[in-house]
Design a protein around this ligand. Structure first.
Ligand SMILES: Cc1ncc(COP(=O)(O)O)c(C=O)c1O
Length: 370
């Protein structure tokens, strides 16, 4: 599907050592029950790709998730609901998610977050569905198309100088100053409960994929930004007792999880993080995600942008729409598979997650047009 490319691979020496429970089962059951009850819920398709020398290459296609175009619809919007219910309870207002969703009314509650695009869209959608206000912080590199997609859900979009991590800090500062609620997809010391709910929502994607696969995978490749979705997939594999090797794949220019694995501790990459894979352009690992991945990820990879563009084109030729941040896992599987690394071979059943569709249609056309 793609030509040869150089890549970095680090096999995790701490793989399999016992650690803390990052996402308790009760929280997942609650998220699953809630999200599967939303109007428009349906499992996204699992597509069989030409197996590329493996026994099977399955692609979980998130392009149509709730009409938002990415798996992030599962996390931010769910956490928004939890935050709003908690805030209303604090004010002595007892209600339920079902009643709020059925009868949205203007709420004097403001949600905020930083985003590369997809998380902000999910938070804005979640807030609009409930009648809450929403302010989303984007860094300079977030495309116009992605800003407009967020604003279309009624959110105010504000630009912050710097990169994603600078926008995270600005959202936290503004929330503190105005009494807003931060619904972040990344966690840091002192801020873990809401990102935990976000990640519980993501687990549903892995749960569906494992149901759809039937025979369990031997290898799972998942792209990493701050690591939240990779950690959620990891937890779900363990919850289902699937002993697959989990490989986290990042862009070459923003491989903070790989750098953390090499250093044996959370490690940041400062600066501009120049990668096309906008959703993965994160320089600081999420604390919770790191607590899971530091011992549960079998390996970490970093792959070049050029390989991602080739994979997007190859998928398009197969009738599958995949955005720039959707294909790093697939690229990792193809490059490692070609070299027979990580025990990959003709017996391998490989699962990858296509985490977004054309979330910026103009850019998608530019990158994939023949
Ligand atoms: C399409 C897509 N895939 C993967 C990711 C990575 O998720 P995380 O930051 O939880 O690692 C993102 C994050 O924005 C994304 O938008």
């Amino acid at each position: 599907m793609i030509g040869p490319h150089s890549y970095r691979l680090f096999v995790n020496p701490r793989w399999g050592t016992p650690g803390v429970v990052v996402l308790p089962e009760g929280g997942f059951r609650r998220a699953q029950e809630e999200i599967t009850s939303w109007p428009g819920y349906a499992p996204t398709p699992l597509r069989e790709l030409p197996p590329q020398g493996f026994a099977r290459l399955a692609y979980k296609d998130e392009a149509e998730r709730f009409g938002l175009g990415s798996f992030k619809a599962l996390g931010g919007a769910y956490a928004v609901l939890r935050v709003v219910l908690a805030e209303l309870a604090r004010r002595g207002i007892r209600t339920t998610a079902a009643s709020l969703l059925a009868h949205p009314r203007p709420l004097d509650i403001t949600l905020t977050c930083a985003t590369d695009g997809n998380h902000g869209r999910s938070v804005a959608w979640g807030a609009q569905r409930l009648g809450a206000r929403c302010v989303i912080f984007v860094h300079e590199g977030v495309s116009q198309g992605r800003r407009e997609a967020i604003a279309a859900y009624g959110a105010e979009v504000r630009e912050v100088p710097g990169n994603y991590d600078d926008a995270v800090r600005e959202a936290a500062r503004q929330a503190e100053a105005h009494g807003w609620h931060v619904v972040s997809d990344t966690s840091y010391p002192g801020y873990t409960e809401i990102p935990r709910e976000v990640m519980q929502g993501y687990r549903l994607m892995a749960e569906e994929a494992l149901d759809q696969l039937g025979e369990p995978p031997t290898h799972v490749f998942i792209q990493g930004g701050v690591g939240g979705v990779a950690a959620a997939v990891s937890v779900q594999l363990r919850a289902r007792r699937v002993p697959a090797k989990l490989v986290v794949v990042e862009p070459e220019a923003a491989a903070c999880l790989l750098a953390s694995a090499e250093a044996g501790k959370p490690t940041s990459i400062p600066g501009e993080l120049p990668t096309l894979m906008a959703g993965l352009a994160c320089g600081e690992p999420s604390l919770l995600a790191w607590q899971e991945l530091e011992r549960a990820a079998h390996a970490f990879m970093a792959v070049p942008d050029a390989a991602a563009v080739e994979a997007m084109r190859a998928l398009r030729a197969l009738g599958i729409v995949a955005g720039e941040s959707a294909v790093a896992g697939l690229v990792g599987a193809l490059l490692a598979g070609r070299d027979g690394a990580l025990g990959l071979g003709p017996e391998s059943r490989v699962l990858v997650f296509g985490t977004e569709g054309a979330t910026d249609p103009v850019l998608y056309e530019q990158l994939t047009a023949a």
